[in-house]
Design a protein around this ligand. Structure first.
Ligand code: KG4
Ligand code: ZN
Length: 338
C-alpha cells in the first residue's frame, strides 16, 4: 500500500510516499529558507503563502519520483499539530482534498511525535519505550515515550526554544539565517572557553526544564558590553567564532544534562533525539560520548531526517494499523501538543 505524507508545519513544504513496510519510495522537501533569510526568522504570513504556491508541485514531484499517480495512493497523512496555523492549514486542506477526491482515508500526524519516529525509521527497529528529546525552532521538550503515539511531557523550555536561541544569537552576531547551521560552522573555528556563558536550570535536578532566553541576553551583554547593540560587523571573525563556540557549548551542556537526568529519573535506557537542533555536530558528539559513558542507547537520525521532512510522517502507519482514521472535519491545532 502507498501512503502519501504531507508536512507544512513551519517553513518547509514536504511530501513523501511510504509503504506500509516503512519503505520510503520518494521524498521531496522545498525549503523557504531564502524567503525568510532577510528577516532573520520565519515570517508566518510569508510561510503560508509559499506553502500555497509549493504544495501541489511538491506532491506532483513526489509522485513522479515514486513513479506513481494519484490513483495509486491508498491513504494520506498530514501533520496537523503543532505549528504555524496558516502553514498547517495549507497541508491539511491539500490532504483533505485528495482524500475526498480519491475516496481514501485521512490520517493525522503529530509533528513532535514524528520527529521522534524519525529515530525508529533511521534505526530500522523498535526504539520504544524511550526518552524523546525534541529540539527545534519551536520546541525544546523532553518526553517519556511508551509508544509511537503514547507521549507524556516531562519538561520543556520555559521561554525560548533551543533552535530559536541559535537563530537569535546568529542574528546578534551578523550570521545568516537559519542560525543553527551558521553558529555550528562559526563555532568550529572558535574557542568555547574564551567566553563562559550561563547554563540556566542546568544543575536544578528537581525539574526537566530548559531556559534559553537569559543565555541569549548574556551573549548580547558579553558581545556589546553595555547592552547597547553595536554593529555586528565591527566584531572580528575570531570573536564571532569564540562567542558562537561558547554559546553552542552552553546550549549543548543544558540539553545533555537534562536528557541524562530524564534517563536517570525514569530508568529508561534509550534516548531518541529529533528536531532541527539534533543536526548540530557538537550536540551529536556530546550525546555519543554521554551514551557510551552512561550505558544507554542513543538514536539520532541522519541530518536530513532531523530537520523538517515528510518521511517522518510514516508514523501515520501506526495509526493506520490501529484503524485510527480522521474524518474531513479534522482541524489544525497550532499550539496544542495532543
Ligand atoms: O525541526 P526544524 O527543522 O523546524 C521546526 O520544527 O522548528 O528546526 C529548525 C531549527 C532552526 O531554529 C535551526 O536554526 C535549527 O533547527 N537548526 C540547527 C541546526 N540545523 C538546524 N541548530 C543547531 N545546529 C544545526 N546544525
Ligand atoms: Zn520540526
Amino acid at each position: 500500500m502507498h501512503l502519501l505524507t504531507i508536512e507544512t508545519t513551519c517553513d518547509e513544504t514536504a511530501a513523501a510516499v511510504i509503504t506500509d513496510e516503512l519503505k520510503v519510495l520518494s521524498s521531496v522537501v522545498a525549503s523557504q529558507e531564502n524567503l525568510h533569510q532577510q528577516f532573520g526568522g520565519v515570517v508566518p504570513e510569508i510561510a503560508s503563502r509559499a506553502h500555497v504556491e509549493k504544495i501541489l508541485p511538491v506532491i506532483d514531484q513526489t509522485l513522479r519520483k515514486a513513479e506513481l499517480t494519484l490513483g495509486d495512493l491508498d491513504a494520506v497523512a498530514v501533520a496537523n499539530t503543532p505549528g504555524l496555523a496558516g502553514s498547517l492549514l495549507v497541508g491539511l486542506t491539500a490532504a483533505k482534498s485528495l482524500c475526498l477526491a480519491l475516496d481514501i482515508p485521512l490520517l493525522a500526524v503529530n509533528h513532535l511525535q514524528a520527529h521522534v519516529y524519525a529515530c525508529r525509521l533511521a534505526s530500522g527497529r523498535d526504539v520504544f519505550p524511550c526518552i524523546g528529546l525534541i529540539v527545534s525552532g519551536g520546541h525544546s521538550n523532553l518526553y517519556r515515550c511508551n509508544g509511537a503515539t503514547d507521549f507524556t511531557l516531562l519538561g520543556g523550555t520555559i521561554d525560548d526554544a533551543a533552535g530559536e536561541a541559535f537563530d537569535k544569537v546568529a542574528s546578534l552576531l551578523g550570521l545568516p539565517y537559519p542560525g543553527g547551521p551558521s553558529i555550528g560552522k562559526a563555532a568550529a573555528a572558535g574557542d568555547p572557553a574564551r567566553y563562559r556563558f550561563p547554563r540556566p536550570l542546568k544543575d536544578d535536578r528537581t525539574r526537566l526544564d530548559f531556559s534559553f532566553s537569559g543565555l541569549k541576553t548574556a551573549v548580547r551583554y558579553q558581545v556589546h558590553g553595555t547592552g547597547k547593540l553595536s554593529d555586528a560587523a565591527q566584531l572580528d571573525e575570531q570573536t564571532i567564532a569564540d562567542v558562537a563556540a561558547g554559546f553552542q557549548e552552553a546550549v549543548v551542556d543544558c540539553l545533555v544534562a537534562k536528557a541524562e537526568l530524564a534517563l536517570q529519573q525514569t530508568g529508561y535506557k534509550t534516548l531518541c533525539v529529533g528536531g532541527g537542533v539534533a543536526a548540530n555536530g557538537r550536540l551529536r558528539e556530546r550525546l555519543q560520548q554521554s551514551s557510551s559513558e552512561g550505558a544507554y542507547e542513543l538514536h539520532i537520525p541522519p541530518m536530513s531526517l532531523c530537520t523538517d521532512n515528510a518521511v517522518m510522517g510514516a508514523i501515520a502507519i501506526e495509526r493506520l494499523k490501529a484503524g485510527k482514521f480522521e474524518d474531513l472535519s479534522l482541524d489544525v491545532f497550532p499550539g496544542l501538543e495532543r
